[in-house]
Design a protein around this ligand. Structure first.
Ligand code: IPT
Length: 986
């Protein structure tokens, strides 16, 4: 071996760090991250603060992630969410990233920051700010105009991240510099280098990475030296993957493909390989934990939650772990809400994603399984460093496979048992024979349906020695002189756990049916049982600390939380456990009256639950149990909105010929850098060129009546399920809707209308068009797709068969009041578009609608254009109770209505989403507390847009409870302007 090769090899075994930090706390070797030198498996899930516009509730999500077994949260940060205008940035209120990173630290989670500049994330423009689409330079290259914009952003966000790095005031351990940059020309190389240098220069010292769109080997660290890969400047290589199939159109889960081997068991090389970057840890920066849903679907989120639910999680996440993927982040942990104009054309308002925490902040059943996996990973630190171990022998079934791994330092084993192929769902009973650290053993196990098992062998567990177990280990604690270990298995399945002792220990079965025998020659205590409920066994003597062995079925296992070194069970959620001077303070949630049982520090003398004393008594298994159940939530009565008072005002005065548009912007001359342009010589009508980047935009075009003015053809861009309404002198000519119902929606269209005879009459006429802009395209493919124009692209007024653009039109444009100069800074750039009612403040609390017409919503007549309906209602959610209340329109059991209308929903001034009756599928819109005042008055304003045809009337609107517990976190109503703050002179 050459000297250099020898040095390189030696170097590979040494922990590496980012080059600029003299005392790095986060380093890595080829197996895993090391935190303070300790190999640490990173088990993470994704959260988007911008998709939960109520910062107090960020803590709720972080606590639920922690309680579900995660040690890390990954966050995207959306550049556009913070910047309405070049040079203008906001990091306050719902945009306070400092606060989020502080909370993560307080909640004991590590953080992976993914701060753009580009994030994708089903966001309008993939997270780029609105103003960026006016740049002529190509985005995600080293174009100077683009880089200058990027530097603006990085100059603000990087220092925030830097001051929250581990050891420097926070818990940020990894930082992502770009997302899925799948174009790898020299311009991208220079761009990547720029991003990296910038971050280092601005004090980010933790290891950095890029998220490769699949396992392509794009942007691998210099050290990797693997053919067909592209080098990048960062320390780590990470990629994303969404295997496992998608739901069918019938909303039924599909079988999907087997779990890919993206590590130790892969075929080698960049694409599938053992690694594209052999000197850095296996790192999946996004692994599908659900999937997004699109306009016109049948409402796939519940199915997505099942498709990537229980069996999927065990099979797929388990396959990753067995492949030595030591950094794994699930996308999404909590999806949330793409409120306002956040959504890209590919998605509607809900970004529930089928994730473990649903949009209304309920823990789905799959979260309970994640908790078991997460607790297991934390209990066996050996799993951070895995290598292949010799194959095992499997008898009795061809339908299973066992991945056998070992930790090179401790020789601890992982036996990952999965169906073969891993998307199979049959029944198998089999016997595994393996040479394990404590000898050669054979054991029998089963697999039923879509399932897999993460078994361990040869592991030191607290003060015990686990030879092997056919039950899955969930967790263990030291409880004073005694250890407690929790195992689980499928209900009704036999199980066997083997423990090592010097001499025969004393076995006392406290609860359940567990048999034991001792093999004195080997020192093996074998416990055999059937998983059912929760068995409790105490084992004493034999040369070890006593052990309380808890053996549950899956449901029993899932009832356990492990917070702060204690075990707790009974309530729906245990958020925190704090022991101080003999007093245990627990916080958490109950969905109904619930028991409480605790194993923990032997010094606990009294217990409080959410601040209330709980009398406890001790049990033979060493636990404390509450003498009375913890209380559940009370009733949550909601007001009947249909019985309330509603006020109505027509909302499309812009359509009228005599409307005063003197304050509007003349459209035509602005520079056009859009990807679709009007024919040469025609004006630039694209809304972005005039500073209107989000939401609805109005146009008024004056022309002189002429015999030529017979048809009008409008080329326009409006995003997913976007639309256009055209009026002539105040009367609706027609509307045109872009087809929804596609994962890749149609985002531009051509609307052609015959004009009424009025257009041929002499004198001035006005064409007025409203374009509902449902998002800008993302830039996933690095082709500037975010610059596809929105609003009108070109308009031709002609006689059929005549010359195009025969009749000239003078256009004016109006979008959001103030354009890039936000009037409502607190609600921010994605809250408002340019509807008349939005420009006039009709969305806001405190607007005086008393002189509007009083109507009964159930009897409202449809009007062509936009109609506004306002009402107030009071809520009084009991103190100490958490809830998510939603607004439902129409019949929740059908995804869409035969009627054609759409609604923008403003709650206390916040644009909480869009309902499109004939496209669907979303009918229920969760409104987070903070936006919604749970104890006080609320203002609801609905902007209903239709063609006015009979029947296109708004369906019944009601409030519904989507989540309700006793517990929760304290939430303050958001500080945001009311009407008089923004319209002081009115
Ligand atoms: C990948 C993106 O990185 C992420 O931002 C998000 O868009 C996610 O997937 C899908 O929800 S994109 C990739 C799957 C093409």
């Amino acid at each position: 071996m050459s000297m250099i090769a020898a040095l390189l090899l030696a170097g590979a075994a040494m922990p590496q760090a980012a080059p600029t930090d003299p005392t790095p706390r986060v380093t890595f070797d080829r197996h895993s991250l090391r935190i303070d030198g300790k190999p640490t498996l990173i088990w993470s899930s994704e959260f988007h603060p911008f998709r939960l516009p109520s910062p107090d509730l960020w803590r709720d999500i972080l606590q639920k992630m922690k309680a579900s077994g995660f040690n890390t949260v990954a966050i995207y940060i959306d550049w556009g969410f913070h910047s309405p205008k070049q040079g203008v940035y906001d990091f306050s209120g719902i945009r306070d990233i400092d606060r989020l990173l502080t909370m993560a630290q307080e909640e004991g989670l590590y953080v992976i920051t993914r701060a753009g500049p580009y994030v994708n994330a089903e966001l309008s423009r993939g997270g780029f700010p609105g103003w960026l689409v006016n740049q002529s330079g190509k985005a995600r290259t080293d174009d100077p105009e683009y880089l200058a914009a990027v530097d603006e952003w990085l100059g603000r966000i990087n220092p925030i991240i830097a001051r929250h790095q581990l050891g420097r005031g926070g818990t940020v351990i990894l930082h992502q510099i770009e997302n899925e940059l799948a174009l790898t020309t020299p311009a991208q190389s220079r761009y990547m280098r720029h991003l990296y240098d910038k971050a280092r220069g601005q004090g980010i010292t933790v290891p950095m990475f890029h998220n490769d769109q699949g396992r392509n080997g794009y942007w691998v660290p210099k050290s990797s030296n693997v053919p067909l890969t592209v080098e990048g400047p960062q320390e780590l290589y990470a990629f994303d993957g969404y295997p496992g199939g998608v739901c069918g159109v019938d909303n039924k889960p599909t079988r999907g493909a087997p779990a890919p081997d993206w590590g130790l068991y892969g075929p080698g090389g960049a694409k599938g390989g053992a690694s594209a970057s052999p000197r850095t840890p296996g790192f999946i920066a996004e692994f599908g934990g659900g999937w997004f849903d699109y306009w016109g679907s049948n409402g796939m989120y519940p199915c997505n939650a099942i498709q990537r639910g229980s069996g999927y999680q065990r099979v797929f996440y388990g396959t990753n772990i067995a492949n030595g993927i030591a950094i794994q982040s699930i996308y999404m942990g909590y999806g949330g809400t793409s409120w306002g104009w956040l959504p890209a054309p590919v998605v509607y308002t809900s970004y529930d994603y089928g994730s473990a925490i649903d949009e209304a902040r309920n823990l789905r059943p799959k979260a309970l399984e994640l908790k078991q996996i997460g607790q297991f990973l934390a209990a066996v630190p050996d799993l951070a460093r895995l290598e292949k171990a010799p194959p095992v022998t499997i008898a009795g079934s061809d339908a299973v496979q066992v991945y056998h791994d070992r930790n090179p330092d401790t020789d601890a084993r992982l036996l990952f048992v999965a169906p073969k192929p891993s998307n199979a769902t049959g029944d198998a009973r089999f016997t595994v024979t393996a040479d394990l650290p404590d000898g050669r053993y054979s054991f029998t196990s089963e697999l039923h349906g879509r399932d897999a098992k993460l078994l361990v062998a040869g592991v030191n567990l607290e003060r015990q020695r686990l030879v092997y177990s056919t039950s899955e280990l969930q967790t263990s604690i030291r409880h004073g002189a005694e250890d407690v270990a929790l195992f689980y298995g499928r209900s009704g399945e036999p199980g066997e756990t083997m423990l090592r002792y010097a001499t025969a220990p004393k076995v006392t079965v406290i609860d359940g049916q567990v048999a034991s025998d001792f093999d004195a020659a080997r020192g093996d205590l074998r416990l055999t049982y059937t998983h059912r409920g929760l068995a409790r066994v105490r084992i004493e003597g034999g040369g070890r600390a006593p052990l309380l062995l808890l053996i549950g079925d899956v449901a029993a296992g899932q009832s356990f939380f492990r917070q702060d070194g204690l075990l707790e069970r009974g309530p729906a959620l245990v958020r925190r456990a704090t022991v101080r001077g003999g007093m245990l303070d627990l916080t958490g949630d109950t969905e109904a009256a619930a028991p409480l049982e605790i194993w923990g520090s032997a010094t606990i003398r009294s217990v409080r639950w959410n601040g209330q004393a709980v009398p406890v008594t001790s049990t033979p298994s060493g636990s404390l149990v509450a003498r009375r159940p913890l209380p559940g939530p009370g009733d949550l009565p909601l007001p009947d909105l249909m019985a309330g008072t509603w006020r109505y005002a027509p909302g499309s005065p812009e359509a009228r010929a005599d409307f005063d548009d003197s304050g509007w912007t003349v459209a035509g001359r602005a520079r056009n850098v859009a990807t679709i342009r009007p024919p040469t010589g025609q004006p630039n009508l694209g809304a972005d060129a005039y500073g209107f980047h989000d939401g609805d935009v109005w146009y008024r075009g004056r022309f002189t009546g002429s015999a030529e003015a017979r048809t009008v053809t409008m080329h326009y861009g409006a995003g997913g399920a976007g639309m256009l309404q055209l009026f002539l002198d105040g009367k609706l000519v027609g509307q045109h809707v872009l087809a929804g119902g596609l994962p890749r929606p149609i985002t531009t269209g051509v609307a052609a209308f015959d004009l009424p005879a009025a257009a041929q009459a002499p004198g001035e006429h006005v064409l007025a068009a409203m374009v509902r802009v449902n998002g800008h395209n993302w830039d996933l493919d690095v082709d500037d797709a975010h610059k596809e124009p929105r609003g009108l692209i070109s308009v031709s007024l002609d006689r059929p068969g005549g010359e195009s653009f025969a009749v000239p039109i003078a256009w004016k444009i109006q979008g959001r009041a103030g354009g890039e100069d936000l009037r409502d800074v607190a609600r921010g750039p994605s809250n408002n578009g340019g509807l008349y009612g939005e420009r006039m403040g009709w969305t806001l609390p405190g607007f005086a609608d008393a002189d509007w017409q009083q109507v009964t919503l159930g009897e409202a007549r449809p009007h062509a254009g936009t109609s506004w309906y306002r009402t107030d209602f009071d809520l009084s959610v009991a103190k100490g109770e958490d809830a998510t209340i939603g607004l439902q329109i129409g019949d929740a059991t059908t995804p869409r209505s035969p009627t054609r209308y759409r609604v923008l929903i403003f709650v206390n001034g916040w644009n909480m989403g869009q309902f499109v009756a004939n496209v669907g599928p979303q009918r229920v819109f969760p409104i987070p507390e903070g936006v919604l005042h749970h104890r006080g008055r609320n203002t609801l304003a609905l902007a209903v847009t239709s063609d006015g045809a009979a029947g296109n009337t708004i369906e019944p609107v009601r409030l519904v409870t989507l989540h309700h517990t006793r517990g929760g976190v304290p939430v303050t109503d958001l500080a945001a302007p009311v009407y008089r703050d923004l319209y002081p002179t009115h």
